[in-house]
Ligand binder design. Structure first.
Ligand SMILES: Cc1ncc(COP(=O)(O)O)c(C=O)c1O
Length: 364
């Protein structure tokens, strides 16, 4: 299908081949480095993405029962892992035992640990640790707390003591770096802190270092896994739970120019596709007709159709040979670098229809 000529409204377009190619590279990388990768379910709510991910990865990360309900049934040929990380951990935990995943609940506070004790049926759990930009500053400087998630490193001994008497089994620790672009250094700092601060760390079955891997990228992923793996004792399973990374290069968007105006030296394009409704968390790159040698450089602001002043897709420069502005109302623009999370957020704020979702299987 030609996305531009057969335009039928603002759309987010998934390329299945690229998704499978990412997943198979990730699977190879994790097999070669003896690590495990699960999909952060919140990164894409489409069933098909989860069914495909299940074939290549070791399981999922979810936050709550509604997210869990959207997972495929466990693949009975292998043990699939499920990590549950819920900032509020509600009172209905019965779902945890459905679908036959091997499930680990991550506790985010002492209160959650106590809540867990009310569940009679034994389960396996981990402790979510608090980290920030530098990896684990909450441990090094106790006066600075920059993440609202997790338990600080200095409280872990207390929970571990209580856990020893619990009917649930403490199996591991978990962190998740919140920033979009986390560098390798932050992962090293976190790993070092975990190994230095947790008493008897070797007794743990796993260390789960979460997501935040898009800055590392698919290309660098295997090298990264190998490095971190070499820092952690072999008998401890090393888990990652990326979302964004799985979809790198997979999602694009299309929208149509509906209105053009000139404000000072900049052309403002109003599209039918909205940053706020359809492109949340994305940093879209429009494929504009560029001419390298063009004599004229146009400054362009591309905006969405909502009444929100901040509905700005981005500001760009375009080189052209044409003295008159080359873009026109009715022109369809293709944007790359779209996050899968945009699909999960896709809303109809301000009466703007949701973007259509197109899952494309292209012949090789
Ligand atoms: C607990 C947890 N793990 C993993 C992820 C996935 O993060 P990313 O898409 O940056 O890899 C998230 C995303 O918010 C998360 O909250």
């Amino acid at each position: 299908m030609n996305l531009l000529s057969e335009y039928s409204g603002p759309s987010l377009v998934f390329d299945e081949n690229k998704f499978i190619s990412n997943l198979s590279r990730i699977r190879k990388a994790s097999q070669r480095t003896n690590t495990h990768v699960v999909m952060a379910a919140k990164s894409c709510t489409l069933d098909i993405s989860r069914r495909i991910a299940m074939k290549y990865l070791s399981g999922f990360e979810v936050s709550n029962s509604r997210e869990f309900a959207g997972l495929p049934d466990q693949n009975h040929h292998k043990e699939s892992l499920l990590f549950v990380t819920n900032p509020i951990l509600g009172c209905d935990h019965s779902y945890l035992f459905n679908k036959h995943y091997r499930t680990f609940v991550h506790v985010d506070s002492f209160h959650q640990f106590l809540e867990l004790q009310k569940i009679e049926r034994p389960l396996e759990f981990g402790i979510r640790l608090s980290v920030d930009e530098e990896g684990a500053i909450n441990y090094q400087r106790r006066d600075v707390v920059t993440s609202r998630f997790g338990i600080s490193f200095d409280q872990i001994g207390e929970i571990m003591q209580e856990a020893a008497a619990s009917h649930h089994r403490l199996r591991g620790v978990h962190v998740h770096h919140q920033r979009k672009r986390v560098d390798v250094k932050a992962f090293h700092v976190t790993t070092k802190c975990i190994l230095e601060c947790i008493p008897d760390v070797e007794q743990f079955e796993y260390i789960n270092l979460g997501g935040g891997l898009s800055g590392i990228g698919i290309e660098g992923f295997e090298g990264f896994l190998a490095q971190i793996r070499s820092e952690i004792p072999k008998k401890i399973k090393l888990i990652f739970e990326p979302g964004s990374l799985l979809f790198q290069g997979v999602v694009s968007a299309i929208g149509k120019i509906m209105n053009i105006k000139k404000i000072r030296n900049s052309y403002v394009l109003f599209m039918d596709i909205s940053k706020e409704c359809h492109l949340k968390w994305s940093d879209p790159v429009p494929l504009l007709p560029q001419s390298r040698t063009g004599k004229f450089t146009y400054s362009i602001s591309i905006c969405g159709p909502t009444c929100f002043e901040g509905d700005l897709i981005g500001q760009y420069k375009m080189k052209s040979d044409s003295k008159s502005f080359p873009l026109y109302v009715g022109q369809v623009i293709h944007f790359l670098n779209v996050e899968s999370y945009s699909q999960a957020w896709n809303t109809e704020f301000n009466g703007i229809p949701r973007a259509q979702i197109m899952w494309q299987q292209q012949a090789e």
